[in-house]
Ligand binder design. Structure first.
Ligand code: PRT
Ligand code: ZN
Length: 303
């Protein structure tokens, strides 16, 4: 009776060991809650609590491994897992060969070089001959090479921001989100080395293996959840004569649905509006004569 509900797709190739697809996520840190929420919103059912190191999805051929984020790129490269959700900064710093499949829109931060507020260093060129403390030595060296600069790179594993105060570095290179930490330590941003957010990465061979089907199915679910988050469904009423003006406000978006209303001189329009232009579009719709504006969240958006 429950056969249909429980039957799960197996890798098609018979000579490949039948195992679950594996995804690594951060065990405990800044990305953990958002990652678990994204996976659950995408319809995956699993337990994630306490000191659990892995969890099997109840409704998808997927095993979730909970790991320190620093280990994740190498584990994906070495096929300990097929997929992972990790900061793009961690992927870029590691030399692991993995494929980035999707940007996930959370864990947003940037890797910045910062100097003390009263420092005489006011340009990137003035970093020449100075010492930069960082937990991202590879990215800093790459940046210096690109800028054709020679500067010392001091690797520290934490409390990077304190190093100028201790007189052991002239500058720091660390992640910045709100900027509060830099302000607390009296530092100012000189330049941005890398923009980062959480990304879904894959093992290169897994993408060509019998797991490809399951990876694509998972990717479609994640993308549907992400697209739903990035858009709103808007319903407005408007006078029929305002239709050309209203349509002009919505170019580039999906063509709106236009419905007649009981009053012959009025219409209803339904449209999907991207979150980042949402308020701008709403204000312009109002000015164009729209009224009774209803905005509803989208549960899933499959493109
Ligand atoms: O234990 P594990 O090794 O897994 O975790 P971790 O302690 O190494 O990493 P964690 O949990 O701190 O961060 C995980 C990921 O979150 C990072 O790799 C980034 O991709 C992302 N992320 C997003 C951030 C920040 N924002 C962030 N603000 N990671 C760290 N910070 C730190 C930053 O290092 C600095 O100390 O927060 C401080 C700055 O924040 P603001 O808001 O004051 O600017
Ligand atoms: Zn870490």
């Amino acid at each position: 009776m429950t056969l249909l509900a429980t039957k799960q797709q197996r890798p098609e190739r018979t000579n490949e060991k039948v195992r679950n697809l594996k995804i690594a996520i951060q065990k405990s840190g800044r990305l953990t809650d958002d990652t678990i929420e994204l996976l659950r919103k995408s319809g995956l059912e699993f337990d994630a609590y306490g000191s659990r190191l892995f969890s099997k999805c109840r409704n998808f051929n997927l095993e979730i491994l909970f790991l320190r984020d620093d280990d994740i790129p190498e584990y994906v490269q070495d096929n300990v897992c097929d997929l992972a959700i990790v900061g793009a900064n961690i992927v870029a710093e590691s030399s692991a060969k993995v494929t980035i499949l999707e940007k996930l829109g959370f864990g947003i931060c940037r890797l910045c070089i910062a100097v003390p507020k009263d420092s005489k260093i006011n340009s990137v060129a003035q970093l020449s001959g100075k010492t930069i403390a960082t937990s991202y030595p590879n990215l800093v060296r790459k940046f210096l090479e690109e800028e054709e600069l020679c500067a010392g790179v001091m690797q520290v594993s934490g409390s990077v921001e304190i190093t100028p105060t201790l007189n052991i570095a002239d500058a720091v290179c660390d992640l910045v989100a709100t900027g509060t930490t830099l302000r607390t330590y009296g530092l100012r941003i000189l330049t941005t080395v890398l923009e980062s957010e959480a990304v879904l990465v894959a093992n290169v061979q897994s993408l060509q293996s019998a797991f490809r089907g399951d990876i694509d199915r998972l990717l479609m679910r994640l993308r549907a959840t992400l697209a739903a988050r990035r858009n709103k469904y808007v319903m407005v009423n408007a006078p029929l004569e305002a239709l050309p003006r209203i349509k002009a406000i919505l170019p580039g978006l999906d063509s709106p649905t236009i419905l007649p209303l009981a009053r012959k001189d009025m219409i209803a329009l339904h449209a999907v509006i991207p979150e980042d232009v949402f308020w701008d579009v709403i204000e312009r719709l109002k000015k164009a004569g729209a009224s009774g504006i209803l905005v509803v969240p989208i549960e899933k958006m499959i493109l």
